[in-house]
Design a protein. Structure first.
Lengths: 450, 500
């Protein structure tokens, strides 16, 4: 099957799936625009018949506020409202981890969800044993998740972010300490309904994990991968694998796929102006983000697409996209590929703002620096050379906004390249190199030698 | 008419010079910078003979118009005493001022002390008395924070509006003793000006005394026409220099600051500003300085001694997702670091009048007044908040005293103001066992080389070393060193900056 044929078939499949799902959507708010959207699409997990909403809620980006002592805490009231709105509109998959948001995400999701019948939603959480691989620590983390989330079973349980460090690291985190065997038993006992893993790494690592499945050592019920129209065929290929490869491998084995980073941490919702124009020319009333979701949702093996919606605006926008879900047709998929090629021409840093690298022991605001740099590029306010029109204004804009966004002692020039952050990055960004690159750029701006 | 011309010119000078100290943009000196350079003492220290000769000539011809127009401290006092006069104006013929005798011993006493202090290199005393510099310190320490505060308010608004027109500036006291001196000078001058107009200029100010001496011989000066005078004493009661004595119909030319108020005030046109070379100024001999002077001297002396170091209470804020970053502390420097453009440390401190113009101009938080007794209030460099950035030449552009010569960014590297040295006991490569090299990576002149900690082990971590001949002392390494609160690499001043 060549590429074109494949797109055709999968597209048609998605449309069918959406049509089937439309008939049995749960109750939801009436659409205020007067349109009659077809409702939240549901995808069926072939393993157990779970009807999972195509839009899943990622719990890595709940809104944070400062408490009386100045510490960051999750704004539970807003979380409750968000979950209420999501539940009302048929979102039934909630993905969290004991590591997210300084360890507070599970409890916040648990509090918001326990207001609903336990069988009206699916919980996905993870074994995020990044620091301590000992069986005791891993077990403690596993058991604590039940308590945090007020439940006695997990619908979906993942080995968190495997692939980085290859087979060796996987062996240390999950095999040598007996956790894989333990989790298999937990599944038999019914405390885990579906066991899978989330993946960040190179092709060799992925092949190794799939080989386990093929050898029958473990049955991966589902796999969570990073997929979006950039990573589909434009991953760097050295440390990350093209999502297309991952998808094909899993699709061949009929393993359901859950999707993370459909927007690359929001970067695909805020694209450079000329690319944004291209999207808006086609769908003036649809958000830029909607295209990225539609791209992912077009592929039928996708069980759910996770989006970390921090507040009501992205939630409503996403519902807008999903309640009237239209998969992309062949021509549109080609258009997306064209946009992906355009995007790659911008020198943005591939950071998804997941904060796994933080806190940097030297106080550097790593994601903040990348966020600011990327924003200046996508906003079209990026000073590039002396010859540029309005160079002086753009230069000032960069330098002033840089100081506003990041306190000077947390800026890139204070990075000592110790490299402690590098293994934490699921995107395998060479963080010190990127910080140095940005700092060289800032130095050129300051010295006015660009 | 003459009075109005004087007021207009004085306003221009005063506003422009004040703006030099409040300037947040760094471009005003292009237009007004010369106004600081025609100040008397800075011109003397800069050995700017043209300006000094011009001012001497100006005084010999027209009297002390310098004190009424050019000197910001003089104009500042006029503003203060004017406020009082306006308040009292409702009462007709009120005696705002009255004639007083010249306090000659005080005047010349202070002048002699001033010159001696200058000759023996007691810079702090010179700096405290220099009028333009005193005003500069007031503007920089007291007025600038207000302007910066307002700026920061605008910055918040402009940030909300997504504009880059304003951005937040750090408001910080660069040196507490200097701040206290400035505050005391401000209070003393305001009280003196409120009560007696130009008392400060005519009893303390060394420039006032020098120019006063010259103006005894000035060609043009106000004179009283005895025939026309009706002895109403309006001129005397409005003379802020207290130099008109109607009982003898004389004006003390050495204290007259040529403000022309008397000429405009006289309803009988009995006062004329005219060619009057050699006219007797009829000055009576004076008594020894009174209790007032004694008290004043005490206040100034006490403030000079109030050199308590700034106690930095550093509150650490734990920022949730961020590791705390400790503030840096000032390391010990055997020799002070003085700006690029200063020929040598000695030459710099000999010429500097501690006016704080460079301190106000420094955008990197590097320059601050010294608390060291030898060079009290004169600026020195330190790198806790930033470093002397390669593209910046602000201080050299503004210095009126020739202590910092103008340099271009290219010329900067030909000066070597300091030399970095490494304290291996503090270096994070040693203390934390991590790979670093930030100092070498950020050094703008490539003066730092990373060498193997253990030369026999090619895999060992690398520690920084300084190539002495390359280091210029800009402080990038010190500022960006991860060791806190004291950097593992610190800059020590070099005595001679042009030696290779």
């Amino acid at each position: 099957m060549d590429r074109r044929q494949f797109i055709k078939t999968t597209g048609a499949g998605a449309i069918t799936a959406a049509a089937i799902a439309a008939g049995c959507a749960p109750r939801r708010d009436e659409d205020k625009s007067g349109n009659t959207p077809s409702g939240m699409p549901y995808r069926v997990n072939p393993n157990n018949g779970d009807r999972v909403s195509l839009l899943g809620y990622g719990c890595m980006r709940w809104p944070m506020v400062k408490d009386a002592s100045g510490a960051d805490i999750i704004d539970q009231k807003v979380v409750d409202e968000l979950v209420e709105h999501a539940m009302t509109n048929g979102v039934n998959y909630y993905d969290t981890s004991p590591a997210y948001l300084q360890g507070q995400s599970e409890r916040a999701a648990g509090l918001a969800l326990k207001r609903y019948p336990r069988d009206s939603y699916y919980i996905a959480t993870k074994l995020s044993n990044f620091g301590n691989f000992s069986p005791e620590a891993s077990l403690r983390m596993y058991r604590d998740s039940f308590e945090q989330m007020y439940t006695d079973y997990f619908d979906y349980y993942l080995l968190h972010s495997i692939g980085g460090g290859g087979w060796e690291q996987f062996k240390r985190r999950y095999l040598d300490n007996g956790m894989v065997d333990f989790l298999k038993k937990e599944k038999e006992a019914g405390r885990i309904r579906q066991l899978g893993f989330s993946f960040h790494g190179n092709q060799q690592a992925f092949d190794d994990f799939i080989a386990m499945h093929d050898r029958g050592e473990i049955h991966w019920d589902f796999v969570q991968i990073q997929m979006n129209y950039i990573d589909w065929t434009h991953a760097d290929g050295v440390r990350n694998v093209n999502a297309e490869y991952l998808y094909r491998q899993l699709d061949d084995r009929e393993i359901p796929i859950t999707i993370m980073e459909p927007l690359q941490g929001g970067r695909l919702a805020n694209v450079p102006a000329n690319i944004a124009t291209r999207f808006k020319e086609r769908e003036p009333d649809k958000s830029i983000a909607s295209w990225a979701f539609r791209f992912v949702g077009t592929y039928p093996r996708v069980l759910t697409i996770l989006s970390g919606m921090t507040d009501m605006a992205p939630l409503k926008d996403n519902l807008d996209t999903f309640l009237d879900f239209k998969p992309l047709n062949e021509e549109e998929l080609e258009f997306m590929e064209e946009m992906a090629v355009l995007m790659k021409e911008y020198p943005m840093v591939n950071c998804n703002d997941c904060n796994y690298c933080m806190p940097c022991p030297w106080g550097i605001d790593i994601p903040g620096i990348f966020r600011h740099y990327n924003k200046m590029i996508t906003d079209g306010t990026f000073a590039q050379s002396h010859e540029q029109k309005e160079y002086a204004r753009l230069r000032r804009a960069y330098l002033v906004s840089y100081d506003r966004a990041i306190p000077t002692v947390r800026q890139a020039d204070h990075c000592i390249s110790c490299g402690e952050c590098v293994p934490h990055c699921p995107q395998s960004i060479a963080i010190p190199n990127e910080l140095n690159r940005i700092n060289r750029y800032v130095e050129k701006l300051k010295r006015d030698t660009l | 008419m003459l009075r109005h011309i004087r007021i207009v010119l004085a306003s221009i000078f005063f506003i422009a010079i004040t703006l030099l100290f409040l300037d947040l943009t760094g471009v005003l000196h292009l237009w007004f910078g010369w106004m600081a350079k025609v100040q008397f003492l800075p011109a003397v220290f800069a050995a700017n003979f043209a300006v000094v000769a011009g001012l001497v000539l100006l005084t010999l011809i027209f009297g002390r118009v310098y004190c009424s127009v050019i000197c910001p401290m003089g104009v500042f006092q006029d503003i203060v005493s004017r406020l009082r006069v306006t308040r009292e104006r409702r009462r007709k013929n009120h005696r705002h001022f009255a004639f007083s005798r010249e306090k000659r011993i005080a005047r010349y006493g202070v002048l002699i002390l001033f010159i001696s202090a200058f000759l023996i290199g007691f810079h702090a005393f010179v700096a405290i008395l220099a009028p333009y510099s005193s005003y500069g310190r007031i503007a920089q320490n007291l007025f600038a924070p207000i302007v910066q505060g307002v700026n920061n308010l605008f910055a918040i608004i402009s940030e909300r509006a997504g504009s880059y027109a304003f951005y937040t500036r750090d408001v910080w006291i660069r040196s507490l003793p200097t701040f206290i001196i400035a505050a005391i000078t401000f209070i003393v001058v305001v009280i003196l000006a409120w009560r007696g107009g130009r008392t400060y200029c005519n009893t303390i100010c060394p420039v006032g005394t020098i120019l006063g001496f010259l103006s005894r011989f000035s060609l043009f000066r106000p004179v009283i026409d005895k025939e026309a005078c009706k002895d109403c004493r309006v001129c005397e009661h409005n003379c802020k220099a207290s130099c008109i004595d109607i009982s003898t119909h004389s004006i003390d030319a050495s204290r007259c600051v040529s403000c022309f108020d008397c000429i405009d005030n006289c309803k009988f046109s009995a006062l004329k500003y005219r060619f009057a070379f050699g006219a007797k100024s009829a000055v009576r001999e004076t008594e020894a300085p009174g209790a007032d002077e004694g008290r004043r001297a005490f206040v100034i002396g006490a403030a000079a001694l109030a050199t308590t170091a700034v106690a930095k209470a550093q509150q650490k804020k734990v920022d949730g997702g961020y590791a705390a970053v400790m503030d840096k502390e000032v390391p010990h420097r055997d020799t002070p670091v003085t700006p690029f453009g200063s020929r040598s440390v000695k030459d710099f401190y000999d010429r500097c009048t501690a006016c704080q113009l460079c301190v106000a101009a420094c955008p990197n938080g590097v320059l601050r007044p010294s608390t060291d007794f030898d060079r009290f209030m004169q600026p020195e460099m330190s790198y806790e908040r930033g470093y002397c950035r390669p593209e910046c030449t602000r201080c050299s552009e503004v210095c009126p005293a020739g202590a910092i010569l103008p340099v271009t960014p290219e010329e900067k590297t030909t000066y070597k103001v300091g030399l970095a040295r490494v304290d291996r006991d503090l270096c994070v490569v040693e203390t934390k066992g991590v790979s670093c090299g930030n100092c070498a990576r950020r050094c703008p002149v490539g003066a730092i080389r990373m060498v193997l900690k253990d030369p026999s082990d090619p895999k060992s971590l690398r520690i920084p070393t300084v190539i002495e001949t390359r280091c210029i002392g800009c402080g990038a390494c010190e500022n960006l060193c991860p060791s806190r609160p004291i950097s593992a690499i610190t800059v020590n001043g070099r005595e001679n900056h042009l030696e290779n």
